[in-house]
Design a protein around this ligand. Structure first.
Ligand SMILES: Cc1cc2nc3c(=O)[nH]c(=O)nc-3n(C[C@H](O)[C@H](O)[C@H](O)COP(=O)(O)O)c2cc1C
Length: 356
């Protein structure tokens, strides 16, 4: 939306994003696996949780900040890792990082980014950044990317474990979507991808043999906290912690991997019961409103990650679009705290009475 005003609602951003992008990119960004049952359920599950606010609570001073990894974050909202940002906007991941940090939210850079960790770190030096790890069959490439991220000031590693093979994404396959030059995706190029490359070819570079031992190996090789992203069960969450992870991200990859898995709002409860209070629990999938953020915290999440809406902001307005989307969520979250009668985000956890 060059030169124009940015939309004032998330639905407006989504509509502008759909206008802005070619069919193949749109199918890649917006689509999900198979019948997209989980894609829809993720959004619905948050919406279906009905709130029971308290009234007559003094909410004149509100505090949306939370503690994580022993430090304070201004908001419990981070940007989920998503691939190939230069396909959404020419300023790519650097713009997303700038927009996230300007809104006070950690940015997670994907292994499948169209930039390396160093320039992204330099683009947004003053805010927290996390790095998402896919373990390539060529482990040396992964080790080098992690080392570069550490050097560039990234503060946590999110190890994605729900992509041993690629979910079958019908929309994307139907359009024949490929990323123009693998060279534009440095991680993929280093791992052996050449020329025009499909998501299937990219996924084939990722090691499908990962087990909990690999979590231990990664956690043992770095001083950064390692979070296991893509956990949907309490028993797996416990194994992640026993293997050395600092926490988990309850995620079904935005419905893009195994279709008909539970919505993340549902899976969150079991994971919190298993490891909540002992290790960090984040959640992503379908978070579209400040009330969704509040509900996730009530159910025991420490932090939420937001995926597609960031791409809507990026495609529509670059760094400013990303900042606007996150600021909108932050504003809604602040209003939710006031209207729920819980002025401090840190006091939402475990308040089951707030959900009908
Ligand atoms: C276009 C797209 C690309 C993604 N790329 C990655 C990725 O590179 N690494 C990863 O761990 N997750 C990836 N994800 C999953 C997101 O991190 C996140 O789990 C999901 O988008 C959250 O759901 P939401 O989009 O409903 O907010 C991707 C998701 C989308 C939509």
């Amino acid at each position: 939306m060059p030169g124009g005003q940015l939309p004032t609602t998330l639905a407006g951003f989504e509509a502008a994003f759909r206008e802005a992008l070619p069919e193949g990119t749109l199918a890649y960004y917006a689509g999900a696996a198979a019948d997209e049952i989980t894609l829809g359920r993720n959004v619905e599950a948050w919406r279906e949780l009905l709130l029971r606010p308290r009234v007559m609570v003094d909410v004149s001073n509100r505090d949306p900040s939370v503690e994580l990894f022993g430090r304070s974050y201004g908001l419990p909202i981070a940007v989920a890792p998503t691939a190939y940002h230069r396909l959404a906007h020419p300023d790519g991941e650097e713009a997303t990082a700038r927009g996230s940090v300007a809104a006070g939210c950690p940015y997670t850079l994907s292994t499948l980014a169209t930039s390396r960790p160093t320039p992204v770190g330099e683009a947004a030096p003053d805010g927290p950044k996390w790095f998402q790890v896919y373990v390539f069959r060529d482990r040396e490439v992964t080790r080098e990317l992690v080392a570069e991220a550490e050097e560039a000031g990234f503060e946590a590693l999110l190890l994605t474990v729900d992509l041993p093979v690629l979910g079958r994404r019908d929309q994307e396959v139907g359009t024949g979507f490929v990323v123009g030059q693998a060279e534009g995706v440095p991680g993929v190029h280093a791992a052996g991808g050449e020329g025009e490359i499909s998501m299937q070819d990219t996924a084939d570079l990722i090691d499908p043999s990962l087990t909990w031992d690999d979590v231990g190996e990664l956690a043992g090789s770095t001083d950064l906290p390692v979070l296991v992203k893509g956990v949907l069960r309490g028993d797996d969450a416990r194994l992640a912690i026993e293997a050395g992870a600092a926490g988990v991200v309850v995620s079904n990859h935005g419905g893009r991997q195994l279709d008909t898995v539970q919505a993340t709002a549902e899976a969150l409860v079991e994971v919190v019961e298993s490891i909540g209070g002992e290790a960090s629990v984040m959640v992503d999938g379908g978070i579209r409103r400040g009330t969704d953020v509040a509900k996730a915290l009530i159910l025991g999440a420490d932090f939420v990650l937001v995926g597609r809406p960031i791409l809507w902001g990026l495609a529509t307005g670059g760094a400013e679009g990303v900042e606007a989307v996150l600021s909108m969520l932050a504003d809604e979250f602040d209003r939710a705290l006031a209207l729920l009668g819980v002025p401090r985000a840190s006091e939402l956890s475990g308040r089951d009475d707030l959900i009908a």
